[in-house]
Write a protein that binds this ligand. Sequence first.
Ligand code: PBG
Length: 343
Amino acid sequence: MTLDLEAPPWSAPAVGTAARPIRPRRLRRTPALRALVRETRLHPSMLVAPLFVHPGSGRSEPIQSMPGQARLTPDLAAQEAARLADLGVGGILLFGLPEEKDAIGSGASADDGIVQDALRRIRALELPLVTIADTCLCEYTDHGHCGPLAVDGSVDNDAALTRLAATAVSQARAGADLVAPSAMMDGQVAAIRAALDAAGFEQTAIMAYASKHASAFYGPFREAADSAPAFGDRRGYQMDPPNGREALREMSLDVAEGADILLVKPALPGLDLVAAARARFDLPIAAYQVSGEFAMIEAAAERGWLDRRRATTEAVTAIVRAGASIVITYAAADLATWIRDER
Ligand code: PBG
């Protein structure tokens, strides 16, 4: 096409006409062009790997519903943390399976508890990753609910606050950089912040599970952590999945109570909330690709129905595209390896 240098620019054919069609495909032509215009990139340092810790030593027990994941004793959890740090993974999130359970979840706040033990061993390695402790009671109560029960069988919110605060303090004492309250008790962030400050842990940050829905996608986790409720369900404290405005209200409350990071869970079923959280708040936004989201991809990949690497990468990239700068995912080690291989 020859340019008519005499013609003023406003006489050029309008875009989208036959003479000057819009061609977005120009920037998709080669891998190099696609890389140049890529809007979202994953980095290992934004990934957090959950670890399940059980008692004993030298014992790794595969989790059936979560291929490639295992319950690890504290010594093996420390080894795994070192491997993850080597891969450049940003953090680990610890869950514990205690030796014994009771009505108030005493094991959660025990200074020699399972997560505390693992934290101390990991801290001793001085690894360049962030140690995060899930602060909840459901793995430690004999009834499997996230707090002590009231006489009517419901979870006693304010009794749970005392227990959660004690748990967070013991986790901080054992070396957690971040505590991550996931019980969905009203006022849990404020209670934990006050207790941490009173105990001298004003530098321990809180990653609040601010938006946590009563999701079907936690199924495999409850097997992994042996934390399924013995009766009833969690709908009396976790949010009803259809509610989004309520999720934003929960986030505002957690910001006001002193949260340092806001977490949305589950991630893909809550992608609208990840985007809304990013737009509304100026704290780091984390999202948890939960056990069921992971297991779906694994199960389909096992059958040859999905390409595991591509599906995993696409799902986690979508979570970041929506606005999360931290992603908790069981695929953290694999993703870190894949990201490294790409270079
Ligand atoms: C503890 C907790 C749960 C998960 C994270 N913290 C279980 C639940 O709420 O039932 C789920 C994580 C996952 O599914 O991967 N309250």
